[in-house]
Design a protein. Structure first.
Length: 314
């Protein structure tokens, strides 16, 4: 009888452990699915499904054009809504075959409803918009003519931050925001030039825009030690295309942190217009994806260097 009782206890323990394992696997699966849908970027002629209103039902967001003017529409279960820009910058953007609109969905205030970030161009100038769901409509809470938008601390234990930057004359100007009660609030912080790789990105953009003449003089201080030769060869191929590269806009987001919540890795996406030096009618877009990793120097500052590169050309 005692042996039977012991057998039953072991059996119960086995089933309990099995149930716990299944529960952990389901939790990981659900978390992974949620993570992949909270940071998505789409471009022209694409749609994305996501719950943009917080009612638990997927909505459909898509980009449309009329007379080369962009329109962004969201179809909910009850109605169709256009994203209307404010009077300050009264345009969502103008269509260009070599400067497509980018729409990014990301939950930056952790209310389980993603905000909508738009990057496009108007008369050759980059524009940005941020929309939030508020009072049964999408509210335009931010507009600017900056050409880089970034996200920081959205997936760690710190307060999420939105960074709007502008690259001009080989310099980066920066504004910082947090989203509170469906409004963006600016906060002043004296970030260093090395902030999430700003210095590296400035050097990289100059290097690419000077192709093909800059290829023999590749700046060594922007790459992480041990970066693979195959990654570096991608840049050689771009330089070998005999095209002129002009930076248009970009996006960045931190992707890894240490135990203190400090950023250790960050992803940058840079978009360039490419024009053939042999035939100026051949114009394309080139997206360069960069992964940067932090290296802590003796001065106590994290310097972010490129350790992975990939490209997409249309």
């Amino acid at each position: 009888m005692k042996l039977k009782i012991i057998f039953l206890k072991k059996k119960n323990i086995y089933y309990t452990m099995l149930a716990i394992i299944i529960l952990i696997l389901l939790t990981i699966l659900l978390y992974t699915k949620k993570s992949t849908t909270t940071f998505s970027t789409i471009t022209d002629n694409k749609t994305i499904k996501a719950d943009l209103t917080g009612d638990g039902v997927e909505d459909i967001l898509y980009i449309n054009t009329n007379n080369d003017k962009y329109f962004v529409q969201v179809n909910t279960k009850n109605t169709s809504l256009y994203l209307k820009p404010n009077i300050k910058l009264n345009s969502i953007g103008t269509y260009s075959p070599f400067w497509p609109m980018k729409v990014t969905l990301l939950d930056v205030n952790r209310d389980k409803v993603p905000e909508i970030f738009i990057q496009s161009q108007e008369k050759g100038t980059s524009i940005q918009h941020v929309f939030v769901w508020n009072n049964n409509d999408f509210k335009n809470v931010f507009s600017s003519s900056n050409n880089i938008i970034g996200f920081m601390d959205c997936k760690n234990n710190k307060t999420p931050k939105i960074i709007s930057e502008n690259i001009s004359n080989a310099k980066i100007s920066q504004s910082n925001y947090v989203l509170i009660n469906n409004d963006l609030h600016n906060f002043n912080f004296n970030f260093k030039d090395t902030f999430l790789g700003n210095d590296t990105i400035l050097s990289f953009i100059k290097y690419v825009q000077d192709f093909p003449y800059s290829e023999p003089y590749k700046p060594s201080n922007i790459f992480f030690p041990g970066i693979s030769g195959s990654d570096l060869s991608i840049l050689g191929k771009l330089a070998g295309n005999n095209s002129a590269y002009a930076f248009q806009d970009g996006l960045f987001m931190d992707t890894k942190w240490n135990m203190d919540g400090d950023v250790t890795e960050v992803k940058w996406i840079l978009n360039f217009k490419t024009t053939s030096n042999n035939d100026s009618s051949i114009v394309k877009t080139c997206k360069i994806n960069l992964s940067l990793k932090a290296t802590l120097k003796n001065d106590g500052i994290n310097y972010y260097k490129i350790y992975a590169i990939s490209t997409e050309t249309n």
